[in-house]
Design a protein around this ligand. Structure first.
Ligand code: SF4
Length: 379
């Protein structure tokens, strides 16, 4: 079933490592809500099937007042058929999840929080310039669970200089203790044009240590697996079968509507990308115009995207699908390209599916890039 992604482009503070699209000025929250509702209306014919997931990402969606969510839900339910068991997620930061906010969100159709914990250590959160503190990180999980939000995912980060191996172990043990159905863990990447990249360039921060990051990735897999979690995608773990529906559909190439500044959407063939600029996005929508650019994907784009996303999952890359959807020459080239990785035992061919081994997971992006096909090579 298709999904709807809604980007809420506001944050209280700018985290040092972040290159997502957001503004720290919350002045235009109401105008943005109206523009989002207008965009939903303008795009309502792009999805005719029943919607299986709605995902509010950002930015920090939890900064939005409940009445604004209500307006968006109203627009969605008037214009789409939403499955009664649809997964409806709000990305939330711990400082927003106070008792009153949780109670307000309980009255809405939301049934899942994805909480940006990142670390349970105060000094780490200060280093990241997060808006929340260590006490809020723990309290908000407990408070959400006690209020009936059982379907929680928590985000953690590893591989940053302050995170010793023993602190990482402690963060993971705490995450396991909370027994949330889902955990996402990301290795810190230094994106250009972030405060962190500039501090490293000036020598004010040490660069990221790849060996430390790789070792912490192995600890992550070992700890969460022994805590009962399935490692179903490079950065994602869930209790058995409790996969994130929205993300899993995205990796499977199922269409989704993208709403809000910087959001992208996909209809099976065409990908569209909204302007990553709040003022320009508002201007367009206030004139009832879409603020998007459209990219028509050729078979090479679709093949490379399939490799990139499928290889990262525990289900792997389906060779039968490659033959059926892309043809014999794509399959032949793939089988040739995977040989060295199978010999190195970074990849397995299990029942016509290419699956990363534990060691291969350390090189997932590199392996995928080596399997990409370029149109010119086939001309
Ligand atoms: S809260 Fe999330 S989106 Fe906002 S600055 Fe921090 S990491 Fe980026």
């Amino acid at each position: 079933m298709p999904g709807i992604y809604i980007h809420i482009p506001f944050c209280k503070k700018a985290c040092t490592y972040c290159d997502f699209h957001f503004s720290t000025s919350l002045k235009y929250v109401d105008e943005m809500t109206d523009a989002i509702c207008k965009e939903i209306l303008l795009k309502k014919n792009r999805i005719t099937d029943q919607v299986g997931s709605i995902y509010f990402g950002g930015g920090t969606p939890s900064v939005l007042p409940a009445k604004n969510f209500e307006k968006i839900f109203d627009t969605i339910t008037k214009n789409f058929s939403v499955a009664s068991d649809a997964e409806i997620t709000i990305e939330a930061n711990p400082d927003d999840l106070n008792a009153m906010k949780i109670a307000e969100l309980r009255k809405l159709p939301v049934n899942r929080f994805s909480i940006g914990i990142q670390s349970f250590f105060e000094e780490d959160l200060i280093w990241m310039n997060r808006a929340h503190n260590a006490a809020e990180a723990e309290d908000c999980i407990k408070r959400s669970q006690d209020s009936g939000f059982e379907n929680l995912s928590i985000d953690l980060i590893y591989g940053y200089p302050l995170l010793t191996d023993s602190k990482w172990l402690s963060n993971l043990r705490k995450a396991i203790e909370f027994q949330t159905p889902h955990v996402s863990a990301y290795s810190l990447t230094v994106e250009p044009k972030t405060a962190l990249a500039s501090a490293i360039k000036k020598g004010q921060q040490p660069p990221v240590n790849d060996e430390q990051s790789a070792a912490q990735f192995i600890t992550l897999i070992d700890q969460l697996k022994s805590g009962g979690f399935e490692h179903y995608e490079i950065s994602n773990f869930s209790q058995p079968g409790k996969y994130a529906i929205h993300n899993t559909n995205y990796w499977r190439g199922i269409p989704y509507l993208g709403i809000g500044p910087s959001a992208h959407g996909f209809d099976g063939h065409i990908r569209y990308l909204n302007l990553a600029n709040n003022a320009l996005y508002l201007q367009h929508l206030q004139q009832s115009k879409l603020a998007e650019t459209v990219e028509v994907l050729d078979e090479y784009d679709r093949f490379n995207e399939y490799i990139m996303t499928s290889l990262r999952t525990m289900w792997g890359t389906d060779l039968t699908k490659i033959a059926a959807d892309f043809g014999a020459h794509f399959l032949g080239d793939t089988l040739k390209a995977v040989k060295p990785f199978i010999e190195k035992q970074w990849l397995l061919n299990r029942d016509e599916h290419l699956i990363l081994t534990q060691e291969g997971k350390l090189f997932a992006d590199y392996i995928a890039s080596e399997l990409f096909l370029i149109k010119d090579d086939h001309l």
